[in-house]
Design a protein around this ligand. Structure first.
Ligand SMILES: Nc1nc(=O)c2c([nH]1)NC[C@@H]1CN(c3ccc(C(=O)N[C@@H](CCC(=O)O)C(=O)O)cc3)C=[N+]21
Length: 263
């Protein structure tokens, strides 16, 4: 089934396609003091450029910039980050559209390893716009029963112990300890925390305590887990956006993709 978006063949096909078309990227590294109007002008220029199929505004922005109007300025058809309100609306309405890269990467990872989602009790820890919220929608669309827990959830362990599928995106190193995990649960660690080490460089560690490996049925590593999936999904979104824009040219449209990975 080469055209099932949840299949490995489909993803391989997209990757081959990305290389074939010679996916190119340009980094516009602006001075920190760049005024909002100047950033908006650059986005408008990229929106209007038919050679550009995707635009990603790297977050976080400097404090003098208001992120929402900046994210809103990206043409929805080029919203490869999936953070535009149009993309958010499509996602929550269960309609096809571009999905945020980290949550979509988590779904792709579950599909690749054949881990069940439908009917599972999924608990997400963290309610960010980048991960927790969109992931809740993706899991709902995939027929999981979803709980969205966060820093103000009383007795977090009682909630996480209910999870067949526990996804942690809280941004707190080793927040989830072995006693908080149901034996055999699938645990996805989205956390990327830099903690001090001997080298003075700092080392990356997740939101999940390493001891959880002794309890969980499956556990994603940090680094080398969800992070690279995020990058892969960005390439995927860019190819999908380019295909949709080429099909619709000269009028860019939101891509018509559905099912599996992009649910
Ligand atoms: N508009 C926007 N969208 C984002 O998706 C976004 C963003 N801004 N700002 C920054 C965060 C962070 N993020 C990561 C993606 C991949 C890795 C990744 O691949 N990490 C490797 C390790 C990399 C290393 O060693 O430094 C890993 O986990 O194995 C990390 C971090 C996307 N973000």
């Amino acid at each position: 089934m080469g055209d099932d978006p949840a299949s490995v063949a489909y993803v391989r096909g997209k990757a081959r396609k990305a290389a074939e078309v010679g996916l190119r990227s340009t980094v516009h590294a602006l001075p920190e003091a760049t005024p909002q109007a100047e950033l908006l002008a650059l986005i408008a220029q990229l929106n209007a450029d038919p050679a550009v199929h995707g635009v990603l505004v790297q977050l976080p922005l400097p404090v003098h910039l208001d992120p929402q109007p900046v994210l809103d300025a990206v043409l929805p058809a080029k919203d490869v980050d999936g953070l535009h309100p149009v993309s958010t609306g499509h996602l929550w309405a269960g309609q096809p559209g571009l999905r945020p890269c980290t949550p979509a990467g988590v779904m792709a990872l579950l599909a690749f390893y054949g881990l069940p989602v439908a009917g599972q009790r999924a608990v997400i820890v963290g309610r960010s716009a980048l991960v927790g919220r969109p992931l809740a929608a993706l899991l709902l669309n995939a027929n999981a029963t979803v709980t969205l827990a966060h820093s103000r959830t009383p007795d977090l362990g009682a909630v996480t112990r209910e999870a067949d599928l526990l996804i942690v995106a809280a941004g707190r190193a080793h927040l989830i300890t072995p006693d908080m995990v149901r034996p055999g649960a699938t645990v996805i660690d989205v956390g990327i925390n830099r903690v001090p080490d001997e080298t003075g460089q700092g080392r990356l560690t997740g939101d999940v305590h390493p001891g959880v490996a002794g309890v969980a049925g499956a556990l994603t590593p940090v680094p080398g887990g969800v992070g690279p999936m995020t990058v892969a999904q960005l390439l995927m979104n860019t190819v999908l956006a380019a295909e949709a824009q080429q099909a619709q040219s000269p009028q860019p449209q939101t891509p018509e993709v559905s099912g599996g990975l992009l649910r």
